[in-house]
Design a protein around this ligand. Structure first.
Ligand code: ME8
Length: 518
């Protein structure tokens, strides 16, 4: 049977531009999708925009325009940003897409017909920032914990999804499937939300049109639109052709949602219970990452510290920023962005470690081997150690991707790069070439380095696709990545001797802290 991999990012609200947080999740999803494509799996990578609801209406009012215009403006900007940054998604879904509207209406009708929905009068505290009614746990000193603003007291007749009927099942499911929500701390958080006394009840899934006329109309009551979260979560089904798309079952069974901790409750409680009512399995896995702070503070509009990925690209190159994001966050734990740590990371890992290996190897192949990959001799222990370092790197990459520890996968690859630099120091081909007693060792040394670079490029390609393609090009393997597969092509010894190499400009020039930086 074909192995499959279906990775999703949250669909982002179209009330502002993409910042460091959205960029992290999207780059992570892109890297995972690239890795699984490289393994020859049927891979689908979904991102998109969440366009309905009051949050968008608020921004549209501020901008003095129709919510359609606001949604269109920001959705197009999100999509263009990802495209410009080389994010290779398979679909960019919009909740205003016609097929999505149809799927949402179909599901609403079905759960309504099956008795999962009930009309009730309701009074509660609503936070527009969260787009949901809050429970006591969400409040700190009367303010929403996340948005630090007072909720609005609201009382109205609404439709409710009888979510709490499924809590017992869900708690049991989560306990019996310890891998469903990871890392563990978030699983525990969800289990405590499901306890009877947590105040989490049924889910209000409608908004009266009199108050909010921006959403998908309920198929069974034209006076209401669908609650934005009920609409938004369903995007994960629409995108892969629910209900009868060709690969729907294969992909759904392999679904991996990526989210940050802010939207744990909708994904870990609303969504699995909705799916149960629809008659579908839970997503395969819910992967929850922490928050990026900037200079030790929460990312916010008012602090103006959002970190625009397009500006990062201009200043440092996007691959360098992408590397920093993936290398600096441990999955599940918050991370802190500072420009200083970005500059340090670029210089240490990319300019010094990787950049040096590339330039030394290709310079010396130019000088001592006429710019062609030499044929290798037997080699000795030092050569064996390099081979082993790469075999180990490959094993670590596989294991760390499986456990969502991408920062450790990168660490492992750079350990092998470092080992190759040390190997060069040991073999000293620049001296050996001039020493008749050692000159024989030079071709083998250079072959080892060229092959190490080929495997480095292959292993790095999901994370740093442009850098990988560039390294391969300089090794005379332009375009080879398309035909490469893991694990087979990571086996040692595949670079063809005789391949013409090119020195090229420094891959990652050293960078300086910008003027006025931290
Ligand atoms: O919640 N650090 O959209 P959203 C890390 N539309 N990740 C961050 C982050 C930060 N500081 N800030 C944002 C929504 N993110 C809903 C989702 S899904 C059916 C509907 C990332 O625009 C992270 O992935 O507020 C987080 O979960 C998401 O953006 C929230 O995006």
């Amino acid at each position: 049977m074909t192995r499959a991999y279906y990775v999703t990012t949250p669909i982002y609200y179209v009330n502002a531009d993409a910042h460091i947080g959205h960029t992290y999740t999207t780059v992570l999803a892109d890297s995972l999708a690239r890795y699984h494509r490289l393994r020859g799996e049927r891979t689908f990578f979904l991102t998109g925009s969440d366009e309905h609801g009051e949050k968008i209406l608020e921004v549209a009012r501020e901008r003095g325009e129709d919510p359609r215009a606001t949604a269109e403006y920001f959705s197009v900007r999100f999509r263009k940003t990802w495209e410009e940054l080389g994010i290779r998604f398979d679909r960019f879904i919009r909740t205003t897409d016609a097929d999505h509207g149809e799927v949402v209406r179909r599901i609403l009708q079905r759960v309504h017909d099956d008795g999962h929905i009930e009309f009730r009068e309701y009074e509660g505290d609503y936070c527009v920032g969260c787009e949901r009614f809050l429970t006591d746990r969400d409040l700190v000193d009367g303010l929403c914990r996340d948005h630090e603003r007072p909720p609005e007291r609201r009382s109205e007749g609404n439709y409710f999804f009888k979510m709490s009927e499924h809590f017992e099942w869900l708690a049991q499911y989560i306990t019996e499937h310890p891998d469903f929500i990871r890392p563990e701390r978030y699983r525990n958080e969800v289990l405590s939300m499901l306890k009877e006394d947590s105040g989490l009840g049924d889910l209000c899934i409608s908004r009266p049109k009199a108050r909010l006329d921006w959403g998908i109309e309920l198929p069974f009551d034209e006076n209401y639109v669908c609650y934005v979260w009920f609409d938004a979560l369903i995007n994960y089904l629409t995108a892969i052709g629910y209900p009868d798309g060709e690969d729907f079952e294969l992909l759904w069974g392999a679904s991996e949602h990526l989210i940050a901790k802010d939207i744990l409750k909708p994904h870990a409680v609303f969504w699995p219970t909705m799916l149960r009512a629809i008659g579908l399995d839970t997503p395969h896995r819910l992967n929850v990452h922490g928050y990026w702070n900037v200079d030790g503070r929460k990312v916010s509009k008012s602090l103006g510290n959002k970190i625009d990925p397009l500006i990062m690209r201009e200043q440092y190159g996007f691959e360098a920023f992408r590397y920093y994001l993936l290398r600096s966050m441990s999955f599940g734990v918050d991370a802190n962005f500072t420009e200083e740590s970005l500059v340090t990371r670029i210089n240490a890992d990319l300019a010094n470690n990787l950049g040096n290996l590339v330039s030394r190897t290709l310079n010396m192949t130019g000088r001592f081997a006429d710019g062609r990959v030499p044929a290798a001799g037997e080699g000795g222990e030092p050569e064996q150690a390099v081979r082993q370092a790469f075999a180990e790197a490959q094993r670590s990459v596989d294991a760390c991707i499986e456990s969502m520890e991408v920062h450790r996968a990168l660490e492992a690859i750079f350990r092998a790069v470092d080992a190759t630099n040390q190997f060069l120091e040991q073999r000293e081909p620049w001296k050996a070439a001039k020493d008749p007693a050692r000159a024989d060792s030079v071709p083998t040394t250079l072959y080892t380095c060229c092959e190490a670079l080929r495997i480095t490029a292959l292993l790095l390609s999901p994370f740093l696709p442009e850098t990988a393609a560039e390294i391969l090009k300089r090794l005379g393997l332009e375009g080879a990545l398309e035909g490469m597969r893991l694990p087979d092509d990571a086996a040692w010894g595949a670079i063809p001797p005789g391949n013409e190499t090119h020195k090229g400009a420094p891959l990652f020039p050293r960078v300086e802290m910008p003027e006025g930086g931290a």
